[in-house]
Design a protein around this ligand. Structure first.
Ligand SMILES: C[S@@+](CC[C@H](N)C(=O)[O-])C[C@H]1O[C@@H](n2cnc3c(N)ncnc32)[C@H](O)[C@@H]1O
Length: 240
């Protein structure tokens, strides 16, 4: 069977044993195929909004003789999916705003799963904020790097998060900070570099907008440095 790439392997690793698993926007179907093959799940519901990807998923399930283990549904988001007997869902490899719109469109269904695995390709800050403000808790996170790209993977339960944390963690991931992650510091350094570039670009401009952008970037770098310092001292304390 085709190996999962680093990003999908991290999604796979966050899945826990259950009976029926829904993969929204499955495309090739690799994630549910691997989950079934390794007995993490018994059955899959595989959905996609486009016929081509759903066809590819079906072909792959045929190829690996697992056709009887899955149901295939051509639809957008959670529309037309009977979720009552589905334990968990993954919505991965899509933009953050699309993921939010899928959760928002079928709130009751989205809140009915034991857990959700979300892997936004961008706007992860908006996804974290949406989850926090809409009665979800991020219980685990991973941050992986593949060919110069960072990927965030969130494991979520439909339960209100009562913790209070600085809003910079919508950008960075509070679970990554709290539990530690091998790519966390590199990710912060990357964000610092991006903001230093903004400052550099603003230097040659005299407009009010450029001044504001520069101030914002300076402030953001200070906050990032603060988180980095806290994280490093926390790691140190843990080692000793
Ligand atoms: C980049 S692929 C990601 C495939 C797989 N989930 C992964 O993470 O590797 C995105 C897939 O989502 C599907 N898609 C896009 N919008 C969707 C929606 N609203 N509902 C369901 N599927 C959608 C696309 O057709 C495509 O097959």
């Amino acid at each position: 069977m085709v190996n999962l790439d680093i990003r999908l392997k991290a999604v796979y690793d966050l899945a826990e044993k259950c009976d029926t698993f829904l993969d929204v926007g499955s495309d090739h179907g690799y994630l549910p195929l691997h989950l079934i093959k390794n007995n993490i799940i018994n059955k899959a519901v595989v959905s996609d909004i486009n016929e081509g990807p759903l066809f590819n998923a079906k072909e792959n399930f045929e190829l690996y003789k697992m056709r009887d283990k899955a149901k295939f549904i051509l639809t957008g988001g959670l529309r037309d999916i009977e979720t009552r007997d589905i334990d968990a869902v993954s919505i991965c490899g899509m933009g953050g705003e699309l993921i939010i719109s899928i959760l928002e469109e079928d709130k009751t269904k989205a809140k009915g799963f034991d857990y959700l695995i979300l892997q936004p390709m961008n706007s992860v800050n908006l996804v974290r904020k949406y989850l926090y403000e809409n009665g979800y808790t991020i219980v685990k996170e991973d941050l992986v790097k593949d060919r110069h790209h960072f990927y965030n993977i969130l494991k979520v339960i439909p339960k209100k998060d009562n913790r209070e944390f600085d809003e910079i963690f919508f950008d960075l991931g509070y679970e990554l900070f709290k539990e530690g992650n091998e790519n966390f510091i590199e990710f912060i350094d990357y964000k610092i570099r991006v903001n230093k570039k903004i400052i550099e670009n603003c230097k040659s401009k005299n407009s009010e907008n450029a001044k504001r952008a520069k101030e914002k970037a300076v402030d953001y770098i200070n906050r990032l440095e603060g988180v980095k310092k806290d994280y490093e001292s926390k790691r140190c304390n843990r080692v000793y």
